[in-house]
Design a protein around this ligand. Sequence first.
Ligand code: GTP
Ligand code: MG
Length: 453
Amino acid sequence: MQINITDTIVAPATTIATQAIALIRISGDDALKIFNRISPKNVPHKKGIYVRKIYDQQNLVDEVVVNAYFAPESFTGENVVEIACHGGVLNTNRIIKLILNNGARMALKGEFSQRSFLNNKINLIQAEGINDLIHASNDLALKIGVDNMSGSHNKAILSLKNDVMDIISRIQVLIDYPEYDDIEGSSNQELIEALEKVNHKVTNLLIRSQMASKSIEGIKTAIVGKTNVGKSSLLNALINEDKAIVTDIHGTTRDVVEGQINLNGVTINLIDTAGIRETKDVVELIGIQKSKDYINQAEFVFFVVNAKQMDDLENVQIFKLLENKNHILIINKADELSDVEQKELLIKYPEAVFTSALNDDIGGLINKIKTKYDSDQLLQSNELILININQINLIEQIKTKLETALNNINNYLPVDIINVDLYDVWGLLGELTGEQMEDEILDNIFRKYCLGK
Ligand SMILES: Nc1nc2c(ncn2[C@@H]2O[C@H](COP(=O)(O)OP(=O)(O)OP(=O)(O)O)[C@@H](O)[C@H]2O)c(=O)[nH]1
Ligand SMILES: [Mg+2]
């Protein structure tokens, strides 16, 4: 759909709900004019905060606080009027309707950010940063959102672009003056070194970004083990909620139950599964098969056992399935074990952690998860990290192109061929900041934002 970016738009910036205050934003050339149509005492063309009464014909609607900004000094770069009104559902809707009737149109999702981008107030990395910040589900996502929103990493992309352009120009000299073979900085070796430097930076950006995106999106973690060992109790203790049914009857969990925990920068998506045992019960058998499938699909497995049944056939089977899997061996019901028993078990299973789901004693497990998925480095990183699929996809493409260029130059292919790939790299870097992106793709990116953002 082609959107008209010259329209004056309106949208609620807060959810429409029963609340003290709601915020309504108007942006566009006519923002002030439209507001003044519903406020007999006009707001002057001067940046500031004003208290005004809104009227629908002769009827008082609300008393509001208005923040007026004027182009280009606003978030969108346009005239903006922000109305803080009283926050009831009916009231907010009524004011929005009034504004619509007086010449504005309803904003599309993310249209304020899109205008800000189109008016060069922010680039695409900053716009995505704002969106990441709003949707952040853990500390890492929040940090990356704030960093990217602030534009503190714009330099990183700029410097990459400069590096690439520098190599392109050096090659261009070779193309333009083929008769010289000793142009400074343009020997094969020098070009390879320069390209490797860029490739190194891009590779690190990709590694950081993939790690961060995985930690934020969540690590698919299955809780498996024999029946009645306390898997569901452990899930409940971890998520701090009685979500899964717990009984002392073997085979209580028949279908999977899911939960999520956020530890600093890591999100763990938990799946509690049916306990594994010999059974003739058809429903339970399906559940058990599912549990085995979950072990295969999961990226991380919590294998729960009870001390006295470590060597049972089912456990031996599960140990086999877990051979090449990232997992934690959890000996639950530790409250039933003496210190001596625990020490003996640790000698035999040094990698095990003890928990008592019954007593919410799960500190050891939490620490173990944190050592397996250490996001501290990312949390403290001062470097650019990108976490959206589109962004990571672009970095992967950039890396592939750089590697093709490196390969070609190492194989002494004609330099003009190498420049073809480098121009692509240049273009892809531009897509990251949104400079070289088609309108339709941009529209799609902004439509995933919130209404009013
Ligand atoms: N003493 C003790 N009992 C526990 C502990 N954790 C769980 N239990 C008890 O063990 C029994 C089984 O717990 P569940 O969490 O349902 O076990 P499960 O592994 O999910 O069992 P299935 O769903 O049948 O596979 C319940 O009676 C729990 O209260 C623990 O740490 N200590
Ligand atoms: Mg269970």
